[in-house]
Write a protein that binds this ligand. Structure first.
Ligand code: F6P
Length: 746
């Protein structure tokens, strides 16, 4: 008998340090495998479970992975296995797998675990021969499974792996860091203290750097950029400068494993001592430690874990001849790259860091890491740098348009700091375009945005107002009177429409005048970007509310939850995936009685087979007729006593709260690029207006004049389907109604 062309049976395991979102990946691997009619096994306790076998390698059913999406860590357990490091241990592991005819392996772990399993994969044919020789394995079975298929997913809070923009758990760890540092800020400010905070990341400063950007930390030390021996002077200069201008709190973030250029370790205690001795600061140390690995996964980690788990199984089944791949994401696209190339590159970065070469280490981390580091250095300055001689000081204005969203203040803060640092003046317009009509604008100072990095809402005020032709012409005159050279609009749909009207008015007046639009909308319905500022915060808000709604369920129950988004299904589809909804209704697809009947029948069948909870997530306006209340009443009426139905409309809550770490970082990067673009346009002979966006992980500009042709004005969303619509098959696979079946005995 010859070997098969695709894996016969599949096993999934988690290994190395746990990371929030691993469970989403496990759930996705199990459900995708089962949907492809494969037998799927879970390996408990990581690589040690492979060696131990027995009930540590257990067949899975769909209900076995129900209710784990919101759980932190890994429900499969993880362990650092000494046995698996030995050949004998790996031989036992091979036997344990082949006793169950498993020859496909999905490993969710860090670079060490992925390297270990790749060694196992390479040795596999020899291990099988040894088992046959020892009489432990039937030669026919060995022949049928001459190959071990392997695919890797990176689970690590450090975000230190090549081949993916993000690793599972990093976003959640940033949530924990941001929650903690936001909390520390208030006590630091009350006492005018300095806090020295250590964050994790063994050989990687990602968490410290992005945590610093997201919290407004005043000094950050990371392994990639080891400071020179006089780092204490540099740090004290920055912090004392801040005190001089009235900063009440100072926060220093130190990534564990940071050294100076000579390789001397920089511990939090060294930082505290330097601050006390040199500045007389009242300094305190907080080591965040394993708190960062804990807690419920963020919306992004649940969504990304799901997408990666699904892609890992597809990789094994649809491209089995590829060498072992690592599943990653680039922007919002799933990508796969040769596993061992990624591991080798990751390890070579670690070596460069260990050798203390800051230039190469920063370069190897990539453009956005370096750019973030530069931005951080600008923001923490106590005062702007001097304008270059010969450069004209521009007067730029900033305003919002559309509803308030988390992250707007973060964006204004960075706009001001970057504009002033380049030597220009920024005027804040209050209450959006209506404020511009009334000329309510004033000059902002360096410290006027202090603390705005985390402030909810929109401090400048915002409005839905869209000017008509005459009003737009009036606004253009106002801007001329105030000698404004360019405008930054940070907002949503109404803001884009108003910006376009104003742009037409200024062009008509004979002086084309630059406007740059920065997308900020919880609905994520704007063109020229994959993600708007505020959308990730809204997702997290929905996910945490739906978790509570599910926890409050009584008996057999279906919850119908309506989320925002109007005619755009982003929030519904992605939050549906992140909360494990059985049904997701999005406006792009519409709704019909037939569909509702079919879905009801599927739910009824599920509850007849022992299902106890159901979740339906619907977008704001999928159909004006089939309202949330209608669905609730229909399902309740037709429940046949199998379940109760309740509904919840989450409403404006989704706009509230502090911006998520992603939104703070996203707002910072997008707005910094937007201001630089605006400055360049304002200085050019032929200024142009643009929309900034993040496309496939890169910051890009699209002419504002393209807005009308890119959008469907009636549905108020881009003409082209959003990237999230491609997630529909994944959402459906995850929601496959559980069939009868009890948990297999462990
Ligand atoms: O690699 C993930 C990580 O959390 C690092 O950030 C940290 O240095 C390390 O694991 C801690 O490992 P342990 O949980 O074994 O102490």
């Amino acid at each position: 008998m010859g070997q098969s062309r695709v894996p016969s049976k599949l096993a999934v395991l988690t290994s190395g340090g746990d990371a929030a979102g691993m469970n989403a990946a496990v759930r996705a691997v199990v459900r995708t495998g089962l949907a492809a009619e494969l037998d799927v096994f879970a390996v408990y306790e990581g690589l040690q479970g492979l060696v131990d076998g027995g009930d540590r390698i257990t067949p899975m059913t769909s209900p076995d992975v129900s209710g784990i999406l919101h759980v932190g860590g890994t429900v499969l357990g993880t362990a650092r296995s000494q046995d698996f490091r030995t050949r004998d241990g790996r031989r036992r592991a091979a036997l344990n797998l082949l006793e169950r005819e498993i020859d496909g392996l999905v490993v969710i772990g860090g670079d060490g675990s992925l390297t270990g399993t790749d060694v196992f994969r390479e040795e596999w044919p020899e291990l099988l021969d040894e088992l046959v020789t020892a009489g432990l394995l039937d030669p026919d079975r060995a022949d049928e499974h001459r190959r071990l298929w392997l695919v890797g997913i990176v689970g690590s809070i450090d975000n230190d792996m090549s081949g993916t923009d993000m690793t599972i758990g990093a976003d959640t760890a940033l949530h924990r860091i941001v929650e903690a540092v936001d909390a520390i800020q208030s006590t630091a400010s009350s006492h005018q203290r300095t806090f020295v905070i250590e964050v994790m990341g063994r050989r990687c400063g990602y968490l410290a750097l992005m945590g610093g950007l997201a919290t407004g930390a005043n000094f950050v030390l990371i392994p990639e950029n080891p400071p020179s021996a006089d780092w204490k002077d540099a740090m004290c200069d920055v912090l004392s400068g801040g005190r001089t201008i009235g900063r009440r709190a100072n926060i220093v973030l130190v990534a564990e494993g940071t050294t100076d250029v000579d390789g001397n370790s920089i511990a939090v205690a060294d930082v505290k001592q330097a601050l006390e001795e040199r500045l007389g600061e009242d300094a305190r140390i907080t080591i965040l430690g394993h708190v960062q690995r804990g807690g419920s996964p963020s919306a992004f980690d649940r969504y990304m874990g799901t997408v990666m788990g699904y892609a890992a199984v597809k990789q094994l089944l649809e491209r089995p001849d590829d060498e072992p791949q690592l599943i990653g994401i680039q922007g919002h696209r799933v990508v796969s790259s040769p596993l061992m190339d990624c591991v080798a590159k990751t390890q070579s970065i670690a070596e460069v860091i260990a050798n203390g070469d800051p230039v190469e280490a920063m370069q190897m981390r990539g453009g956005s890491f370096t750019r973030s580091h530069e931005l951080l250095r600008t923001i923490v300055r106590a005062r702007p740098r001097r304008i270059e001689v010969g450069e004209r000081r521009l007067r730029l204005a900033v305003l919002h348009g559309g509803g308030p969203v988390p992250g707007m203040n973060t964006a204004v803060r960075i706009a001001l700091r970057v504009a002033m640092d380049r030597g220009h003046t920024l005027l804040g317009v209050h209450d959006g375009f209506r404020g511009l009509l009334d000329s309510t604008l004033d000059e902002m100072g360096w410290m006027s945005v202090s603390g705005w990095v985390s402030e909810p809402g929109a401090e400048l005020g915002t409005d839905d107002f869209v000017p008509d032709r005459e009003q737009a012409a009036h606004m253009a005159r106002q801007l001329a009177i105030h000698h404004v050279d360019g405008l930054l609009m940070i907002g949503g749909w109404a803001g884009y429409e108003a910006a376009l009207a104003l742009s037409d008015a200024t062009a008509g007046a004979g002086r084309p005048w630059p406007i740059v639009c920065v997308p900020a909308s919880v609905s994520n319905n704007l063109p020229a970007t994959d993600m708007s500022i505020g959308a990730d915060s809204a997702l997290n808000s929905i996910v945490s509310d739906v978790d509570k709604i599910k926890e409050a369920a009584m008996g057999n129950q279906i919850d119908v939850v309506e989320v925002m988004g109007k005619e755009c299904g982003f929030l519904a589809l992605v939050s549906g995936m992140a909360t494990g909804a059985e049904l997701v209704y999005v406006p792009e697809e519409g709704l019909s009685l037939r569909r509702l009947q079919d879905d009801l029948a599927t739910l009824q069948a599920g509850f007849q087979c022992g299902k106890r909870r159901g979740l339906v997530v619907r977008g704001g306006d999928p159909d004006a007729f089939y309202t949330t209340k209608f669905i609730e009443d229909l399902f309740e009426h037709e429940s046949d006593g199998l379940f109760d139905v309740r509904s919840a409309i989450l409403g404006q809550v989704q706009r509230g709260g502090h911006p998520s770490p992603f939104d703070r970082i996203h707002a910072t990067r997008l707005t910094a690029a937007a201001v630089e673009h605006l400055i360049a346009q304002a200085q050019s002979e032929q200024p142009d207006s643009a929309m900034v966006g993040l496309r496939r992980g890169r910051v890009e500009f699209t002419p504002l004049a393209d807005f009308p042709k890119l959008v469907d004005p009636t549905a108020r969303r881009p003409r082209k389907a959003g990237w999230w619509m491609a997630l529909r098959p994944i959402a459906d696979t995850m929601a496959t109604a559980p069939t009868a079946g009890t948990r297999a005995p462990r």
